[in-house]
Design a protein around this ligand. Structure first.
Ligand code: NAD
Length: 460
């Protein structure tokens, strides 16, 4: 079949895979190829067991793969073949040298720019899909123009706003698609090309354009605002625990104000995932770079409150269980950083598990999708850990249940059955406030939610 357009995506991860699958699904007359330096990832995308779990992803990959969606290892040839190139390589926090633990590590990004320059045999539109510090497009442009190539490389910013766990519905019905470009003739032409692509399924009013720097910065700011709401309600949860207020009731009353809104106001053990912390730290680093100390420390506190919330949660477990966890069996329900994903990057479960192991607790970790990643995250950590997918088997013989991920299936557990199989007194620490606390208390559990009065059978 002759395709109308040929599109390449470099980076077959949580963003590259699903976002390109959606483009392929919505544009059957376009050929979409996704490449990656990790050949195992490409093999997995071509197999029956995809490398990532996302509701609805498998169905659209099955519909498109081999027809107009291809996963390929030959990066060199694919750069030659395609004129529109999305770049969705990872941009983790730098762990070494200047800016360590703060700024983005742009080595993967820069390597991609050099590969595009080296293998291109025609002009290209290069689209930043990765989340990058503002002004990164400038570095990309400098590299792409460094060899005085006769080709034109037009760099656009098109940050991805999808969230893991809801990636497919977010990609299909995005709140907005943001396209940043230079306002030059070539920049506007490239922008029009991308608008045409998204117009296939996104309403025109949801496709917004801006200058390239606003676009880069908007993505960092959007994540910072989302994380800030989580830290705001979590900071209030600490006060609720001291004053017998209930954080869910407070959040409801506050969120009904239309100016505030009710989304992202659920108290819990804090945010995780590969993006929020990294993107805020990036923002903080940028502010410091531009000598905006007050702005930097304002945003840095969002991360600090997130850490504080996890520290508080662990110390609550320790104190409620009589000050010692040594030799006690604790069942961790959920290791993924949120429901409906197997991703554990920056999951609060990592920190909390490590701290519980340091107290010499024995952990039995259960999760429907994230056990493989959990085992990698905790490898090398001293202590007794078992991984059991079935929550009933995992809980049997334990002293406490610790809920760390808001998987829907945990709401529906038979807590009578679980209670019977546990050591008494039995405890539940609901780090996501997702189960029926009163019901579990009436079964016999001592129940410790976040930001609500504890329900304990102890008289003193
Ligand atoms: N995960 C999310 O929910 C999400 C959402 C929006 C934006 N983002 C941003 O998107 C970017 C990618 O995130 P991700 O979660 O998909 O990361 P990821 O680690 O899942 O995927 C990145 C992929 O890029 C590949 N790669 C690295 N360098 C390469 C190169 N030179 N050539 C070819 N492939 C290369 C890696 O092997 C990896 O498979 C990040 O900047 C992230 O901040 C992520």
């Amino acid at each position: 079949m002759k395709f109308k357009k040929k599109i390449l995506c470099i980076g077959a991860g949580y963003v590259g895979g699903p976002s390109m699958a959606m483009i392929a699904y919505k544009c059957p007359d376009y050929r979409i190829t996704v490449v990656d330096i990790n050949p195992d990832r490409i093999d997995a995308w071509n197999s029956s067991e995809l490398p990532i779990y996302e509701p609805g992803l498998e169905q659209i990959v099955k519909k498109t793969r081999g027809k107009n969606l291809f996963f390929d290892k030959d990066i060199e040839n694919q750069i030659k073949e395609n004129d529109i190139i999305f770049v969705s390589v990872h941009t983790p926090t730098k762990t070494y040298g200047t800016g360590a633990d703060m700024t983005a590590d742009l080595q993967y990004w820069e390597k991609t720019a050099r590969q595009i320059l080296k293998y291109s045999r025609s002009s290209k539109i290069v689209i930043e899909k990765s989340t990058l510090p503002v002004k990164t497009a400038l570095a990309m442009e400098k590299i792409l123009s460094s060899a005085k190539s006769k080709f034109n490389f037009e760099v656009l910013s098109n940050p991805e706003f999808m969230a893991e766990g809801t990636a497919i519905s977010d990609l299909e019905n995005p709140d907005r698609v943001l396209i940043g470009s230079h306002e030059t003739k070539n920049g506007l032409k490239a922008r029009a090309e991308l608008i045409k692509l998204y117009s296939r399924w996104v309403p025109k009013e949801n496709i917004i354009t801006s200058n390239i720097w606003s676009s880069e910065l908007s993505k960092l700011v959007a994540n910072a605002f989302l994380a800030q709401r989580v830290s705001s309600i979590n900071s209030i949860s600490a006060l609720c625990e001291k004053t017998d207020a209930d954080v869910s009731e407070v959040a409801k009353a506050v969120g009904m104000d239309k100016r505030i809104g009710d989304k992202f106001l659920k108290a819990g053990i804090g945010f995780g995932g590969s993006c929020f912390k990294k993107d805020i730290l990036n923002l903080v680093y940028l502010c410091r770079f531009y000598d905006l100390k007050e702005v930097a420390s304002y945003w840095e506190n969002v991360v600090r409150i997130n850490e504080y919330q996890q520290e508080r949660f662990v110390s609550n477990i320790l104190h409620s269980m009589f000050g010692t966890l040594a030799g006690k069996k604790i069942c961790i329900l959920g290791f993924a950083f949120k429901a409906d994903t197997g991703d554990t990057r920056e999951s609060p479960a990592i920190y909390i598990s490590q701290k519980l192991l340091m107290e010499h607790a024995e952990l039995i970790i259960s999760d429907p999708k994230a056990l493989k990643n959990a085992a990698v995250d905790l490898s090398g950590i001293k202590g007794k850990v078992k991984y059991i997918e079935d929550p009933y088997q995992a809980a049997a013989g334990c002293h406490a249940l610790v809920i760390l991920t808001d998987w829907d299936t945990y709401r529906k557990l038979d807590f009578h059955k679980i209670y019977k199989s546990m050591v008494k007194p039995a405890f539940i620490f609901d780090g996501r406030n997702i189960i029926d606390h009163k019901k579990c208390f009436s079964i016999g559990f001592n129940v410790y939610p976040v930001g609500k009065p504890a329900l304990s059978h102890f008289k003193v």
